[in-house]
Design a binder for this molecule. Sequence first.
Ligand SMILES: Cc1cc2nc3c(=O)[nH]c(=O)nc-3n(C[C@H](O)[C@H](O)[C@H](O)COP(=O)(O)OP(=O)(O)OC[C@H]3O[C@@H](n4cnc5c(N)ncnc54)[C@H](O)[C@@H]3O)c2cc1C
Ligand SMILES: NC(=O)c1ccc[n+]([C@@H]2O[C@H](COP(=O)([O-])OP(=O)(O)OC[C@H]3O[C@@H](n4cnc5c(N)ncnc54)[C@H](O)[C@@H]3O)[C@@H](O)[C@H]2O)c1
Length: 445
Amino acid sequence: MKKFDVFVFGTGTAGKLVANTCKEAGMSVAIIDNREYGGTCSQRGCDPKKLILASVEAFNFAKDMTGDGIDGTINFNWNEAMNYAHRYTKDIPDKTEHELKDKGITCLHGEATFIDPETVILDGEKIKAAHFVIATGMTPLKLGIPGEKFMLTSGDFFKLKEVPEKVVFVGAGYIGMEFGQILARAGSKVTMIQKGEQILAPFEEFTARQVENTSEQLGIKIIKNAQASSVEQREGRYIVNYSMEDGMHQITTDCVFNTAGRVPATSSLDLEKANIVSDKNGVVVNEFLQSTSQPHIYACGDVSSKNLPLTPLSSIEATVVSKNLIGEKVKIETPAIPSTVFTIPQCAGIGLTELQAEKENRKYKVLQEDGSEWFNNKRINAKAYAYKIILDKENGLIIGAHIVGPEASEQINMIAIAMKAQMTFKELRKTIFNYPSWGNDFKGM
Ligand SMILES: Cc1cc2nc3c(=O)[nH]c(=O)nc-3n(C[C@H](O)[C@H](O)[C@H](O)COP(=O)(O)OP(=O)(O)OC[C@H]3O[C@@H](n4cnc5c(N)ncnc54)[C@H](O)[C@@H]3O)c2cc1C
Ligand SMILES: NC(=O)c1ccc[n+]([C@@H]2O[C@H](COP(=O)([O-])OP(=O)(O)OC[C@H]3O[C@@H](n4cnc5c(N)ncnc54)[C@H](O)[C@@H]3O)[C@@H](O)[C@H]2O)c1
């Protein structure tokens, strides 16, 4: 029977980092994936999305500047934008696998399942390991509604051959809003069906509302307090039935996406046979990222019960797991975590929202303003720019920051540095920034 020091499930950001580090430390390592190597971020998430956004942003920029230096008809070409993204992503699976193999890591394909805490089975063959690392990421949430099989999921977005005339997204979260805006700019008539009152719910209401307003200006219809109840197929099109307080409604569309959230990908691992405890947040782990029920088994990335499911956190968690496996004793510790929805304008946040600060009974001060008339925003004829900075009333430290604007992701990175360095907002503002630049806007906030 084959036996390894470390057996890793998943070849995404988290899994491949653990496999590489353990191998470099001299351990015997096997890694497995049930689809192509490379994971969500590189194949059907962050990277292809941002590559498509390169031309969407250029298209939008040129449109905003039309009459102020840009002349003539500007077209967005869906197939070219998709080909551009695929050119970058298509070689990654083979390259990832070759790099792992070249290091001497055993690369497997398929679905290995636990049969006991020390053993998995793959195609009838038993494999033992001293340690297992679960890094299987997340998968789209099942809505459990009739006709769900007609719904597309985020991975299908990157396979769209043409821009649908009409499209419905069930769920106006990160994925729904990012993809909805891309398709709206490409020419689709987009409708969002959102369960609650707020789109982009974990974000500050003030900034999320600006994304809502700009999306509506773009022609996106956002139906809030609505829940999809079934999807029917009729003559090559789809009818989405949804319920609202005043009763049932329906909408006919060319395609419908399930963007209602993602859940930990654990269902095919037979975790119970190894007595590995998991819940709705994933494999339950302690501060060392060890399974609380099986300490020789670790979990990291989206599938672990700790932290938000974001790429930088998958890397941080994988680093902690690797260090623990090679004999250091390291706890997961994260400074404040920035996050951005890559819409136009971008919606970025870090730390507490005002509502959270209120609920935690914090003594705080809010700096909030609409910056849409500020020079940086006016210079590019951008639609929206606003911020809300929440400061500890006593010591002036930043406890939350929320920016909506063309470069909000980079501005929030600067706030992340200030928060990590325990710098007050006043100190941050004393920095000399380039002028004119988005960083310099902190001086005016
Ligand atoms: C559309 C989209 C856009 C996103 N955009 C961003 C963004 O802009 N910024 C950001 O920070 N995050 C973004 N994310 C989230 C980001 O992609 C994830 O946080 C990150 O990829 C998680 O990495 P991971 O290694 O934990 O899991 P993954 O990269 O998902 O890797 C898990 C791997 O495990 C494999 N697997 C699953 N089940 C099994 C099994 N039973 N056996 C073997 N292998 C298995 C999968 O095939 C996959 O290759 C986005 C996600 C999506 C879906
Ligand atoms: N830019 C980024 O960093 C980025 C981009 C995409 C995804 N992600 C990561 O992936 C995770 C998953 O993203 P997501 O967009 O799938 O989830 P999400 O939680 O952001 O959004 C899901 C939305 O669907 C709504 N919803 C749920 N059930 C519904 C129903 N039955 N009918 C109508 N609406 C319903 C929810 O209220 C929520 O607003 C995110 O939490 C994030 O961590 C990050």
